[in-house]
Design a protein around this ligand. Structure first.
Ligand code: SAH
Ligand code: SF4
Ligand code: F3S
Length: 467
């Protein structure tokens, strides 16, 4: 199936119809920021006459938007590149163009090394230079092997074409909007400060403009994105300093936008204004992804998290005091170098205090170039496995309990997509749970009231509430 993403407002391009357009297949790995970026790269390529295809066999260009966060994530890319090399050979035998591009965090971290390890690759492009992608492909077509991993001096967002209305509609009623990129926190395990560079915030006007365009295209819910989204800062119309809380108050006034979310936050940047926003704004959903990583102060210090377990817990108490129904989510790493049984038990104790509605957890993965990679006292893999299993069992139990707590409640859901059965739709609760409902008279994009009639670990079942 192909989806037409050709831009209508690109007069400088030859008009192509669906049959002779070039086709791009984009494979996205990693976080939501990569999902957003893949969309924006598709927008940039549409100007060059590329249409997006869901079928790799059909593509003239395969773009891998990669993730470097853990070793496994990076290795996946090289195995995919092995398969693509074989496809490229077959295509060459048929005399057909087949280009391979590597974008995202592996591109930024490994640059030239990718060309050495995978000679079939034509273009390596880092996240800061996506607006230069069409130009890079042109150079590759002329025979260059292109590596674009400099931090661009120009603002990529100003140079990327806006997503047109038809494409916004095709992408659904919920949308991501990147407001901040990069990270200055330098947690000792993490590659993000190296792959995404230092913290940069997009200006207020640019964000409001994009939010209005999304609303115009039928979007009802926007999730603001940033590797460190609550470090966002900007300037108001009178030159005053703004933080993420202020931005949320501004976005709450955009007509058509019924729901706002943001991710991912750092505990150090949860300021008073952001907590006030949770108190005041009904459009701000009661869900907060606030990674803590570990519950032992010794490990938190070694991770350079710059907060203690007690500070994290106090923060959650303050947020719950103003928004008692907030659902908490988090990220955890087990087996950071030097983690003892007692350290791990401190993480388990913290989880028991918080009661998470949902969470992500990982075994520590050594990342070359990070300070963590220099530390001795690595934890044995079997110990990591055992700790991860125990931690995930506890988190799973909390998630199940949270979902069961929703039984019989009447809640609003935003209908996002069709369900498996005719007449069935799948919506999202305020707490990010997936909710099934039979609602023949309703449409995707509607917010409807339902009563929860059943719960599973990963989704809820409901019936329409009349009225
Ligand atoms: N910017 C976000 C998330 C970054 S990556 C934040 O600050 O929370 C998402 C998650 O991956 C992290 O929260 C962490 O739990 C995990 N992670 C990052 N580096 C890792 C590593 N080297 N090994 C295992 N997990 C890691
Ligand atoms: Fe990585 Fe820490 Fe920055 Fe999050 S805050 S992106 S974990 S360095
Ligand atoms: Fe991965 Fe880069 Fe996101 S390393 S998690 S794709 S910021």
């Amino acid at each position: 199936m192909t989806q037409d993403i050709a831009s209508l407002d690109a007069p400088d391009l030859p008009v192509r119809d669906g049959s002779n357009s070039r086709k791009v297949f984009v494979k996205t790995y990693g976080c939501q920021m990569n999902v957003y970026d893949s969309g924006r790269m598709a927008d940039a390529l549409a100007r060059d006459g590329y249409v997006q295809t869901e079928d790799m066999q059909d593509a003239d260009l395969v773009l891998l938007n990669t993730c470097h966060i853990r070793e496994k994530a990076a290795e996946k890319v090289y195995s995919a590149l092995g398969r693509l090399r074989d496809m490229k050979k077959e295509r060459a035998a048929e005399g057909r163009e087949f280009m391979i591009g590597v974008a995202g965090c592996v591109a930024q971290a490994e640059g030239e090394e990718i060309l050495r390890r995978a000679p079939a690759v034509d273009v390596v492009i880092g996240p800061q230079t996506y607006h230069r992608l069409p130009e890079a492909l042109k150079r590759a077509r002329a025979g260059d092997r292109v590596v674009e991993t400099d931090y661009a001096v120009e603002d990529k967002f100003e140079h990327l074409p806006a997503t047109d209305k038809a494409k916004i509609r095709a992408r659904g009623v919920t949308a991501f909007l990147t407001v901040q990129e990069g990270c200055d926190k330098f947690c000792t395990f993490c590659v993000v400060p190296y792959t995404r560079g230092s913290e940069v915030s997009r200006p207020l006007a640019q964000i409001l403009d994009e939010a209005k365009k999304l609303a115009d295209g039928g979007v009802r819910e926007i999730t603001l994105l940033g590797q460190n989204v609550n470090a966002w800062h900007g300037q108001g119309r009178n030159g005053e300093s703004l933080t993420l809380g202020d931005l949320l108050y501004e976005l709450a006034t955009v007509p058509g936008i019924a729901r706002l979310r943001y991710t991912t936050s750092h505990p150090r940047d949860m300021d008073d204004r952001l907590i006030e926003a949770h108190r005041d704004l009904r459009v701000l959903m009661p869900y907060l992804h606030l990674p803590v990583q570990a519950g032992s102060d010794r490990i938190l210090k070694a991770m350079n998290r710059r907060h203690t377990a007690a500070e994290y817990l106090t923060l959650i108490e303050r947020i719950r005091a103003v928004r008692p129904d907030i659902a908490m989510s988090g990220d955890f790493i087990v087996g950071f170098p030097g983690e003892t049984d007692a350290d791990f038990e401190a993480t388990m104790a913290l989880i028991k205090t918080v009661h998470y509605a949902q969470a992500f957890s990982f075994k520590y993965s050594t990342r070359p170039g990070t300070p963590g990679a220099e530390l001795g006292d690595q934890v044995d893999d079997a110990v990591k496995t055992e700790r991860l299993e125990r931690l995930q069992a506890l988190l799973f139990e909390q998630q199940r309990a949270f979902n069961e707590g929703c039984m019989d409640k009447e809640i609003d859901i935003l209908l996002e997509k069709p369900g498996r059965m005719p007449g069935q739709l799948i919506g999202r609760s305020p707490w990010l749970q997936s909710v099934n409902v039979d609602a023949k008279a309703s449409q995707i994009g509607d917010i409807i009231k339902v009563r929860i009639t059943g719960t599973g670990p990963n989704s809820l079942f409901s019936e329409l509430v009349a009225g």
